[in-house]
Design a protein around this ligand. Structure first.
Ligand code: DC
Length: 225
């Protein structure tokens, strides 16, 4: 018998901890985790590899149809493929993240990604994170969360992550980059980042990761009951 899938939409700015939290909640609740940022990152990687001028939205639109982006799951881990190649190992750099923020406002890029995301959610119980999930991709989601934290806190978390990996970095520069990215994601014309009217706001500035995971797992349990 046809059954409607259970969908959780999670949006918020870069560095709010969406992916870590969504991954943990997915495991706890038996959901698939769909990381939509990874799809935009794969598209950005394609543009960088092809040497497409990222200032030229016409060229981005022209070239995006040559990038076939698909998702599959291996042992519960999302694998993003770009024209058949697993690109998980190439999309987590700052350069690709920045480029993803630059190419993502292009309407044709968004239309293709949103179609893929809607299809995934229609056939699976999932928690999907991104910027426009509650407002545009899954407006009917049973639960919507807007996860955020101050830019100071997000920059400090990123700084700690990078220094733990032995990378040298500058806290003020990270904060400036995060604020630039927020501005771009929130002010683009097509589906900008904003809290859906019916989303629950979770500000993690003064919360531990465990507290955030527990809170959202609780909200999921209530929404599913
Ligand atoms: O979440 P992330 O940092 O991996 O996302 C990279 C960029 O992709 C982000 O700056 C904006 C874009 N993005 C988007 O426009 N819509 C989404 N649903 C997810 C990401």
């Amino acid at each position: 018998m046809w059954k409607m899938s259970f969908n959780v939409a999670m949006d918020g700015p870069a560095g709010a901890g969406k992916s870590t939290v969504a991954r943990a909640v997915a495991k706890e609740m038996g959901l698939i985790y769909v990381d939509t940022g990874a799809m935009y990152r794969a598209m950005a990687l394609f543009m960088l590899r092809e040497g497409v001028d990222l200032k030229d939205s016409g060229k981005i639109a022209e070239n995006c149809t040559r990038a076939d982006i698909t998702i599959r799951y291996e042992d519960g881990v999302q694998v993003v493929c770009l024209n058949g190649e697993n690109v998980n190992g190439y999309i987590r750099t700052e350069e690709v993240g920045e480029a993803a923020s630059v190419i993502s406002p292009v309407p044709l890029v968004r239309e293709n990604m949103v179609r893929l995301q809607k299809a995934l959610a229609a056939r699976s119980d999932c928690i999907m994170d991104g910027r426009d999930i509650g407002t545009c991709v899954l407006p009917e989601a049973q639960l919507k969360i807007y996860l955020t934290a101050s830019s100071e806190v997000r920059a400090k978390r990123r700084y700690d992550e990078l220094t733990a990996k032995g990378e040298s970095c500058d806290l003020q520069q990270i904060k400036a980059d995060i604020e630039d990215r927020d501005y771009r994601d929130m002010h683009r014309e097509m589906s900008p980042l904003k809290q859906a009217e019916d989303a629950v706001l979770v500000d993690t500035s003064d919360m531990t990761q465990e507290e955030v995971i527990a809170e959202i797992t609780k909200l999921c349990g209530q929404a599913r009951a």
